[in-house]
Design a protein around this ligand. Structure first.
Ligand SMILES: Nc1ncnc2c1ncn2[C@@H]1O[C@H](COP(=O)(O)OP(=O)(O)OP(=O)(O)O)[C@@H](O)[C@H]1O
Length: 597
């Protein structure tokens, strides 16, 4: 009952979506729903009357001509309508796919980042696009179902002269063939579900193998044969699954065809018997021989459609979250905050949904306006997770993160992001021009050339610009005159972007990881100078940077180990002191080696 209700709900959804996308298409399809079965069955009926007239010794020429004109006229009308339908289909397909793609993008944008980063979401996301294509298919299937029912009723009327036993036989064969069809479809749905995962794996491996950037590491590691072998293995596994399905399908189809052949033989014998005993007119004979195969294929299609509903419903169910999503209003409620005066983190713990251990435990931290904070610590100690929670990119527990003494959960998140600039470790490299790459953080200032050139100079970007293009120099690979940048150059662009926005909080996660050591210190000092009144949080593995900041937060295993200024922590001779000494020794050693090789 629940499945039935769910199926009905998904139907309603399909109808609604098609109706919203294109009303003309919606109505036209309804018209065709009646027109096609009516024309097919009326042609058989009129054809049978025509033959009876022609075989009568005193047929009337005018009457016969009228029948012929009617048959041809109806066929012509349906052909013209069919052509028109193709035209409407084309326009509809474009509109519909655009609407669904937009919906999918909005949905992906609206859900929590932590959910998006979960591998299980990636698996489901594959289904979403597939499921969207099933919305229209569901609508079409419903129309076909209605059309088939009309056609079957009309055909049954045309077969009224057949004996009840023959009718039962006809229906029994159709139902048996239909059941075989259903079995094939169920089998296909199961295999498709399994194939989705295997498709993702071999799709990834194929992308890796055809990715030119990945080739250099593959060449050095001589890993190409390994990945190729893996890809071929996964491909073969998928093919074997598919092949198994096809084999079953072939068996079902063969049995179905044999049944149909036997039925046709029986029908032929029956008709000969009727004609022999003068129980049928020639017109009746024609109507039966045409209506019986029609009814057979229509009943078969009916089962086919039943299977399709089952198939569509299962895919749509898998994409249920997306279909029921109301659209991105996450974090859009709550009060609006002005300039960030303070941030307080109180007893913040956090666990990723797919992990068993907490990434953060009982974090306490307070940040005042204008402070420069460095977060240091080992890999995986929770530094990035902490800033993502502070920025509201992951949802913190209520009562654990406060901006200007207001709980982040009660704040309109975009009003926080209006005040924030951030460069993450995996910052974006936009294949746009330099102007857009820098100004994307504050698009209303995109024509502020003076500021753009100032930042380009400050971050060593000016020399990347093509002389004739300036800020309009295109980056990436999209156009022939694009230029690609080194990792460090991309990072400079990302830093310029962060500072272009007049934000009161700037968060930089490993901001100079790709910058050469000669420029690193200068660039960092420039960053610190440029921060002015801004609050700055820098995650870094370079202890040298930490020495110049107001407060250092040392993290280990998801906890804050130490907090204080550089001199406080050096005096304390704790974990930070050890880190500092190790890096200092390393630099001294390297310096000596360079000076006295
Ligand atoms: N999206 C995620 N899903 C599940 N676990 C995650 C996710 N991101 C990070 N983690 C886990 O959370 C822990 C903390 O990771 P985090 O990225 O915060 O560390 P980090 O201190 O910034 O490390 P690094 O210095 O290497 O950048 C790690 O154990 C990591 O595996």
């Amino acid at each position: 009952m629940k499945t039935f209700r769910e199926g009905l709900g998904l139907f309603a959804l399909s109808f609604k979506e098609v109706w919203i996308a294109d009303k003309t298409y919606f109505f036209f399809n309804l018209l065709m729903l009646i027109a096609i079965p009516f024309q097919m069955n009326a042609s058989i009926y009129l054809g049978s009357a025509l033959i009876n007239d022609l075989s009568s010794p005193n047929f009337e020429f005018g009457g016969v001509l009228r029948l012929i004109v009617l048959i041809v006229g109806m066929e012509l009308a349906v052909t013209v309508l069919g052509q028109l339908q193709q035209k409407f289909n084309l326009a509809f397909t474009e509109k519909f796919s655009l609407r669904q793609k937009t919906r999918l993008l909005d949905y992906y944008y609206s859900i929590d980042l932590v959910e998006k980063e979960n591998p299980s979401f990636h698996g489901r996301a594959q289904f979403n696009e597939f499921a969207l294509s099933k919305i229209e298919s569901n609508y079409q299937s419903f129309l076909s179902l209605a059309s088939l029912l009309v056609s079957i009723s009309l055909s049954l009327y045309l077969l009224r002269n057949l004996s009840p036993a023959a009718m039962i036989c006809l229906l029994a064969v159709c139902v048996a063939r239909g059941m075989l069809e259903l079995k094939t479809i169920r089998n296909r749905v199961e295999v498709t579900n399994v194939l989705q995962t295997s498709h993702r794996t071999y799709g990834y491996l194929y992308q890796l193998l055809s990715n030119f950037t990945a080739h250099k590491e593959m060449m050095v590691n001589q890993a190409y044969p390994f990945f190729k072998k893996l890809w071929l293995e996964r491909k073969r596994e998928a093919f074997e699954l598919q092949y198994g399905l096809e084999k079953k399908t072939i068996v079902f189809v063969t049995i179905s065809k044999i049944l149909s052949g036997l039925f046709k033989l029986g029908l032929a014998v029956l008709i000969i018997y009727y004609i022999y005993n003068r129980k049928l007119t020639i017109g009746d004979y024609m109507a039966i021989t045409m209506a019986a195969p029609l009814i057979e294929s229509n009943i078969l299609n009916l089962f086919n459609l039943g299977g399709k509903f089952y198939e569509n419903t299962s895919y749509l169910r898998l994409a249920g979250d997306m279909l029921s999503a109301g659209g991105g209003d996450a974090g859009s409620r709550g009060s609006v905050i002005g300039e960030i005066q303070s941030i307080a983190v109180r007893n913040l713990s956090f666990r990723y949904p797919n992990r068993t251990e907490n990434a953060l435990n009982g974090i306490r931290l307070s940040i005042r306006k204008g402070e420069i904070i460095a977060i240091v610590g080992d890999n995986a100690s929770g530094k990035t997770t902490l800033v993502k929670l502070i920025l509201g990119l992951y949802p913190p527990e209520p009562g654990s993160v406060f901006y200007n003494q207001t709980d982040l959960n009660d704040i309109h998140l975009p009003s926080v992001w209006n005040q924030v600039s951030a460069v993450f470790q995996d910052f974006s490299k936009y294949e746009l021009d330099i102007r857009h790459n820098i100004a994307l953080s504050d698009l209303k200032e995109i024509h502020n050339d003076q500021r753009l050139y100032e930042l380009a100079d400050a971050f060593g970007i000016a020399n990347i610009m093509l002389p004739e293009r300036g800020l309009e120099t295109q980056l990436g690979y999209l156009t022939e005159d694009s230029i690609n940048l080194s990792g460090g150059q991309w990072q400079r662009i990302a830093l310029a972007r962060a500072l272009f926005k007049q934000a009161s909080l700037v968060v930089l996660d490993e901001p100079t990881s790709a910058i050469d050591p000669n420029s690193e210190l200068e660039l960092l000092n420039r960053l610190l100078d440029a921060s002015g009144e801004k609050t700055l949080i820098v995650i870094t593995h370079r202890i040298g940077i930490a020495a110049n900041v107001d407060k250092i937060v040392v993290m280990q295993n998801g906890e804050i180990k130490e907090v204080g200024s550089h001199s406080d922590l050096v005096h304390a001779q704790g974990y930070y002191f050890d880190m500092w000494m190790k890096q200092k020794e390393l630099y001294n050693k390297q310096e000596k080696e360079v000076a006295y090789p």
